[in-house]
Design a protein around this ligand. Structure first.
Ligand code: ADP
Ligand code: ZN
Ligand code: MG
Length: 654
C-alpha cells in the first residue's frame, strides 16, 4: 500500500505488518499465579467469616469476668459454688452449682497447667492434663480442645501467605527472565513452546489462499502421519522444510497448521530469542529443544525467523560468534537425525538470500515452500476468514476491499478486519458497516483521522494545492495508477492524502511506471511552488521527497534503471557486502556515480511534474477549490474535475 499513497508531512505509519503471536504459555502462567492468589484470598476471607460466626455463637451469653485467684480459691473449697470448669486453651468457663450454662469466665496464665497454679490441689494426681481422684468434692474440670478459630486463621495465614509470596515472586522472576533475556533461570533449557495436540489447533482451513504452499505441506503432513509408507519404499523423509515469504504472509500460521493437521506436538522457538541469550546458551537450548522433540516424536520443531541466527557467516564479521555456535548446533542436530526419528524441522524466514548456505544443503532445509503475498481472490478468502464470526451489515463489500488491498499481506488484512470491528464498536454500531471497513483500511494504511488538528486558512490552502498537485500529475501521467481519493483531513502524521490504487495486481513495474510515481510524488511540492512562489517552500513535502529518494535509489542500485548505469546493479546493505574502507558496499567513486544517477531521476521527476501542472493550471485550481470546500473527494467526484487535464508532450516518456 505504501507506494500507492502520496501524502505530505510525515511518512507512512507502517503499522500494518503482523507481529508473530507471543508465546501462549507465558500468559497462562501469570494467570495461574493470579488465580491462585485470588483463591487464597477467598479462602482466608471465608475462614475469617466462619471464625467470627463461631465466636459469636460461643459468646452468646454475657459472662462475668472473675480473677483467676478467686476462681482457684473457690474451686479449692469443697463447699464452694463452682460445679464445673471448662478449660478451653487459656479460658476458663465456670458453671455454678445448679446452673446449666457457664455464667462466669476467667483466664489462666498462658504457661503452666491449672494444677501447677494450685487449682484443685486436693486431688491425687494428674494424667496428662486431667486431674484424677477428685472424688466429686471439687468442681468437674473439663478440657475442651482449643478451637480458637481466630488463632487457626492466623496460623494458616502465617503459613500460606509467605508461600504464596515466594511462589508468586518466583513466577514473576521466571516471567521477567523469559521476557527480558530468558537466561537468568534455567540456563540452556529451551523455552520452546509446546502446542501439543491439546492446545487450540490450527488447520489448513484457517490459512486462506496459498494453495501451492498448502499442497507442498500436505506431503509433510503425510510423512508425519504415515512414515511407514515412505520407509517401505526406501524414501528419505525430509528433515527440514523452509518456509520463505514476506512478513505477515502466514508462515507461522502455516507451520502451526501442519502440526494441527498431522496432530503432532509442535515445538516452536524464534530465532530472535536466541539472539538475546548469553554466550553458550543458544547452543544448549538447541540441544534441549531437539531432545524434547525426539522424546515426543513424531513431532515438529519450528524455528521462526531463522535468519536471526542463520545469516551468512561472513555477513556480520566477528559480531556473530554466538549465533554461529547456535547455527552449528542446529546443523549438528539435524545431521544426527536417524531416518526414522520422526522429527521434522520447519523454519521460517523472510530473507532466504541472507541464510547461510550450509543450512540449505541436502539433508538439512532442502525443501523450500514459498509463501507469497495473496492475490486478489486469496485476499478475499483471507478477509472472509477474519470476518467470520463478526456481525456485518449487508453493505459490507469484501470484494471491493480485496481489490483495493493489492500488496497487503494476510496480517495486514487480519489487522483491517480487527480495526473494522473496533471502529464499529467505538461508533456504537451493532454490526460492522462498509464505512467502518473503509475507515479501518485507511487507518491501517496511514493512521487515524485527526479532525481536531487545526489548520489555519493559509495552511489549508497550501495543503489543498499540494494534494491537488499529486492528484493532477498522477491522473495525467499514463503509467501511473488512477487516483482513488483525495483528502485534506489530517490522518496519522499526514496533513492530507492522495491515494492511488492499481486497477489490478501486477508482479512487475516498468521503468515508466516508476518514473510516473516519482513525478506524482513531486507533484505536491511543485504545485506549492507554482501557486505560492518559488520561495514558499513548506515542510509539508518532506515525506514525499524521502519517498522519491528511496524509490530513486532502489531503481538505480537494485533495478539497474540508472540512465548512465542502465542494467548495472550495485551490492546493497541488504546483501551484506561492505567494503572496509568506505563502510558502503562500493567505492567512493561508485557512490558518486550512484548519487548523480539518483539526482538525475529526481530532477527529471520534478521537471515532468512542473510541465504537467503548468499545462493544467485550470484543473489544478478547480481541484484545490473543491478540496477546500469538501475536504474529501472520492473517485466518482474526482472524475469530472480531472477529465479535462491533458498530458503535455514535454512530459511524455514514450
Ligand atoms: P508470518 O509468520 O509470515 O510473518 P503470521 O503467520 O505470523 O505471518 O501471520 C500473522 C497473522 O496474519 C496470522 O495470525 C493471521 O491472523 C493472519 N494471516 C496471515 N496469512 C493468512 C492467511 N493466509 N489466512 C488467514 N490469515 C492469515
Ligand atoms: Zn505530498
Ligand atoms: Mg512469523
Amino acid at each position: 500500500m505504501a507506494e500507492n499513497t502520496t501524502n505530505h508531512n510525515g511518512g507512512m505509519t507502517n503499522n500494518t505488518k503482523g507481529r508473530p503471536n507471543p508465546g501462549q504459555d507465558g500468559v497462562g502462567k501469570s494467570n495461574m499465579v493470579r488465580s491462585l492468589l485470588f483463591t487464597m484470598l477467598v479462602v482466608c476471607l471465608a475462614a475469617m467469616l466462619v471464625a467470627n460466626f463461631v465466636q459469636n455463637k460461643n459468646g452468646d451469653a454475657e459472662k462475668t469476668e472473675v480473677p483467676i485467684s478467686e476462681v482457684i480459691q473457690r474451686a479449692n473449697d469443697p463447699e464452694g459454688n463452682i460445679a464445673k470448669i471448662t478449660v478451653t486453651g487459656d479460658t476458663l468457663d465456670i458453671t455454678l452449682k445448679g446452673q446449666e450454662q457457664a455464667t462466669e469466665t476467667s483466664r489462666k496464665d498462658a504457661n503452666g497447667t491449672l494444677y501447677d497454679q494450685g487449682l484443685v490441689n486436693h486431688c491425687e494426681g494428674m494424667e496428662g492434663e486431667e486431674l484424677t481422684n477428685c472424688e466429686g468434692r471439687y468442681p468437674v474440670i473439663e478440657y475442651k480442645e482449643d478451637v480458637n478459630t481466630w488463632g487457626i486463621v492466623l496460623d494458616v495465614a502465617l503459613t500460606v501467605i509467605p508461600i504464596v509470596i515466594i511462589v508468586g515472586f518466583f513466577a514473576w522472576m521466571m516471567r521477567q527472565a523469559n521476557m527480558a533475556n530468558n537466561s537468568s533461570l534455567g540456563f540452556g533449557k529451551s523455552k520452546a513452546r509446546l502446542y501439543g495436540p491439546d492446545k487450540k489447533k490450527v488447520s489448513f482451513k484457517d490459512v486462506a489462499g496459498n494453495e501451492a504452499a498448502k499442497q507442498d505441506l500436505t506431503e509433510v503432513v503425510d510423512f508425519l502421519k504415515n512414515p511407514k509408507k515412505y520407509e517401505k519404499l526406501g524414501a528419505k523423509i525430509p528433515r527440514g522444510v523452509l518456509l520463505a515469504g514476506e512478513p505477515g504472509t502466514g508462515k507461522t500460521l502455516m507451520a502451526r497448521a501442519v502440526a494441527g493437521e498431522a496432530n503432532v506436538p509442535f515445538f516452536s522457538i524464534s530465532g530472535s530469542e536466541f539472539a538475546e541469550m548469553f554466550v553458550g546458551v543458544g547452543a544448549s537450548r538447541v540441544r534441549d529443544l531437539f531432545s524434547k522433540a525426539k522424546k515426543n516424536a513424531p513431532s515438529i520443531i519450528f524455528i521462526d525467523e531463522i535468519d536471526a541466527v542463520a545469516h551468512k557467516r561472513d555477513a556480520r564479521g566477528g559480531a556473530g560468534r554466538e549465533d554461529e555456535q547456535t547455527l552449528n548446533q542446529i546443523l549438528v542436530e539435524m545431521d544426527g537425525f536417524d531416518n526414522d526419528s520422526g522429527v521434522i524441522v520447519m523454519a521460517a524466514t523472510n530473507r532466504v538470500d541472507m541464510l547461510d548456505k550450509a543450512l540449505l544443503r541436502p539433508g538439512r532445509f532442502d525443501r523450500h515452500v514459498n509463501v507469497t503475498l495473496p492475490e486478489r481472490k486469496d485476499r478475499l478468502e483471507i478477509l472472509k476468514v477474519h470476518f467470520k464470526g463478526k456481525p456485518v451489515e449487508a453493505d459490507v463489500d469484501l470484494e471491493a476491499m480485496a481489490k483495493k488491498t493489492a500488496g497487503s499481506s494476510g496480517a495486514d488484512l487480519a489487522n483491517i478486519a480487527n480495526e473494522a470491528a473496533i471502529t464499529a464498536a467505538r461508533e456504537g454500531h451493532k454490526a460492522i458497516s462498509n464505512k467502518d471497513l473503509t475507515e479501518a483500511f485507511e487507518r491501517v494504511a496511514i493512521g487515524p483521522e485527526r479532525k481536531s488538528k487545526v489548520m489555519n486558512d493559509k495552511e489549508r490552502k497550501i495543503t489543498a494545492y499540494h494534494e491537488a498537485g499529486h492528484a493532477v500529475v498522477g491522473h495525467v501521467l499514463p503509467d501511473s495508477d488512477p487516483v482513488h481519493k483525495v483528502t485534506i483531513i489530517p490522518r496519522g502524521s499526514t496533513g492530507g492524502v492522495t491515494w492511488f490504487l492499481p486497477p489490478e495486481d501486477r508482479s512487475y513495474k516498468s521503468i515508466y511506471e516508476l518514473k510516473d510515481i516519482l513525478a506524482r510524488a513531486m507533484g505536491g511540492r511543485v504545485a506549492e511552488k507554482l501557486i505560492f512562489g518559488k520561495d514558499a517552500v513548506t515542510t509539508g513535502a518532506g515525506s514525499d521527497l524521502k519517498n522519491v529518494a528511496e524509490l530513486a535509489k532502489s531503481m538505480v542500485v537494485e533495478e539497474g534503471m540508472g540512465d548512465g548505469t542502465r542494467n548495472l546493479v550495485f551490492p546493497s546493505e541488504a546483501t551484506g557486502y561492505y567494503t572496509i574502507t568506505t563502510g558502503k558496499p562500493y567505492s567512493e567513486k561508485t557512490a558518486e556515480v550512484i548519487d548523480a544517477e539518483i539526482k538525475k531521476l529526481s530532477d527529471e521527476a520534478a521537471k515532468r511534474a512542473e510541465e504537467v501542472l503548468k499545462a493544467n493550471k485550470v484543473v489544478l485550481d478547480k481541484l484545490a477549490e473543491a478540496l477546500l470546500k469538501q475536504e474529501t473527494l472520492e473517485e466518482a467526484e474526482l472524475e469530472p474535475l480531472l477529465k479535462d487535464a491533458k498530458l503535455p508532450t514535454v512530459a511524455k516518456l514514450h
